[in-house]
Design a protein around this ligand. Structure first.
Ligand code: AMP
Ligand code: MG
Length: 351
């Protein structure tokens, strides 16, 4: 008899312990999921920060995200000698070059944005980008003659893509530069990988190209700061609350050098060959995807205030925050309610 009750107890005890463990674990589980985890790295010449709301098993997906950014960089970097873009830029004029699917997609998108912005965004400015060297140690003001030469082949109409065959050709002597669009595309790709891995919510920041997805466990919207061009990094003029999509900023303060009290920055006007000087210090684009936000922030910067707002009025997908050289912050009406002012010293307008 004594033996039997001992057997019963020896069975009941582990079952009881297991029950307690299960109950405690399931009560604790939602709290564990509340935690954001952030990974940082360096890729595409910039700081990459990925934050996900998940448990630690998200690490595999995040690593896949970083790998994907590396893959895209290998295809489009102009400084990697066997990248698709480097090979295209050194191939004979008028002959097709075979490229990867991602490259073909990026070029196809770039051509679309170039058409939409009537060439303010133009992926054929590569020779000018090299000539100015802004952001590198050899940055200098080129001669007018050198600029005319670098400008002579520029024009997205001369970049020919056969998307089905994934073949690209330069019809004139320009160099392709996808620096104004590739990070936004990579941002979208990382979001796709995280979502496919079952991660509910997160934020991907590729050097200021920010993509968000899902709902934070707190139910609050994502808050993205708009950099004050005149203040150190991380100091904002305002904050935008969004529930999904992307925000990218192109600004004259991001990469520049100064000569004789003149600021030369990295956003070039493809019609003049000089840094664009449209009376704008920065353009932030809020869009459904990172690729749109990235390409259009660059293109709209070049357009200047009046033309860029005509573009925004025509577009159903794009909203903007524009900071002008005379200290105005102009917010497009579609995003005005989601914009919160956090700094004095600027005049705030809705348009
Ligand atoms: P972002 O920081 O996205 O505005 O991109 C700026 C980068 O894109 C520059 O560093 C150049 O590599 C390239 N770029 C400069 N001007 C243009 C332009 N008008 N259209 C397309 N790409 C440009
Ligand atoms: Mg851009």
């Amino acid at each position: 008899m004594a033996d039997h009750s001992r057997t019963r107890w020896s069975l009941a005890l582990p079952v009881l312990i297991m029950l307690v463990v299960v109950v405690v674990y399931s009560v604790r589980l939602p709290q564990r999921e509340l935690r954001p985890y952030t990974w940082t790295g360096f890729a595409m010449g910039t700081l990459v920060e990925i934050t996900v709301y998940a448990n630690r098993s998200a690490e595999g997906a995040v690593n896949k995200g970083f790998d994907r950014i590396g893959e895209i960089e290998q295809l489009v970097s102009t400084s990697i000698s066997d990248s698709d873009i480097a090979l295209l830029n050194s191939a004979p004029i008028g002959s097709y070059v075979q490229v990867h699917e991602d490259t073909a997609y990026l070029i196809s998108s770039a051509l679309e944005f170039a058409r939409e912005t009537r060439g303010s965004f133009d992926p054929t400015v590569g020779r000018l980008v090299d000539l100015w060297g802004i952001g590198t140690e050899r940055a200098s003001v080129p001669s007018g003659e050198a600029i005319r030469h670098a400008l002579s082949g520029v024009g997205y109409q001369n970049l020919v893509l056969d998307e089905d065959k994934r073949q690209v050709m330069r019809n004139t002597d320009f160099r392709v530069d996808l620096g104004a669009i590739a990070k936004g595309y990579a941002c979208d790709e990382v979001v796709g990988i995280l979502q496919n891995a079952g991660i509910d919510a997160g934020i991907v920041d590729l050097g200021g190209n920010i993509c968000v997805f899902g709902t934070k466990p707190t139910g609050q919207q994502w808050r993205v700061g708009i950099q004050d061009p005149a203040a150190p990094r991380g100091s904002y003029v305002g904050v935008i609350s969004i529930s999904s999509g992307a925000v990218a900023t192109s600004g004259d303060y991001e990469r520049y050098f100064e000569r004789d009290s003149v600021i030369y920055h990295h956003i070039l006007d493809p019609s003049t060959g000089y840094p664009a000087s449209p009376g704008v210090r920065s353009v932030s684009v809020i869009a459904p995807t990172g690729i749109q936000a990235d390409a259009l922030s660059t293109g709209l910067f070049v357009l200047g205030v009046d033309e860029l707002f005509e573009f925004v009025d025509r577009s159903e997908e794009i909203e903007v925050v524009v900071i002008t050289s005379d200290n105005r912050v102009i917010v497009s009406s579609g995003i005005a309610e989601a914009f919160q002012v956090v700094k004095e010293g600027y005049t705030y307008e809705i348009r």
